[in-house]
Write a protein of this length. Structure first.
Length: 166
């Protein structure tokens, strides 16, 4: 699990493959200062994404897939930033320390739940909430990152063989 919290960074094209978001979404989030890549690459002055960035973006993608409008997604991000520091709950899910579930109506109610009991208690109180299981998304991301790393290794090996055969 620790391999994801290392210094691996991802290009915009890799993030698109990992999250299902389009490049224009990523540029839009960055331009509006909603969510920006956290790593500044010294080479070519390109911005890169950390594993944690990718998890946040994959969660955004999951909210989009569930039909949440962008205005509400933006509110979820703002609430996370204001109440928890945007990446803190995602870090806990990514390194496997805690199960994290975000519960929101996308407008006013917003909860971070650290176990199933908390989720049930909020749901008992009533209201219509969208559930986002960040821990499940983190597990899915780990598999996608492993597959991407294997692809990169195979590609590098093919290039090496090509150069060696010349």
């Amino acid at each position: 699990m620790a391999m994801l919290l290392d210094k691996n960074t991802y290009s915009t094209q890799e993030v698109v493959k990992l999250t299902g978001l389009e490049q224009y979404h990523l540029r839009y989030y960055d331009r509006l200062k909603i969510f920006s890549p956290s790593v500044q690459s010294t080479r070519y002055k390109r911005k890169k994404y950390s594993s944690l960035d990718v998890l946040v973006l994959q969660s955004i993608s999951a909210l989009k897939e569930k039909g949440m409008p962008f205005i509400r997604i933006r509110k979820v991000i703002e609430n996370l930033q204001r109440h928890y520091g945007l990446k803190k709950p995602f870090h806990s899910a990514l390194d496997g320390r805690q199960n994290i579930t975000i519960l929101t109506d996308g407008i006013r109610d917003f909860y971070i739940c650290f176990n199933d009991h908390e989720v049930v208690e909020h749901l008992k109180a009533g209201g219509q909430y969208m559930l986002l299981d960040v821990s499940d998304i983190a597990c899915d991301l780990k598999e996608k990152i492993r597959a991407l790393q294997m692809f990169k290794k195979k590609r590098a090996l093919r290039r090496l063989r090509k150069v060696a055969s010349k």
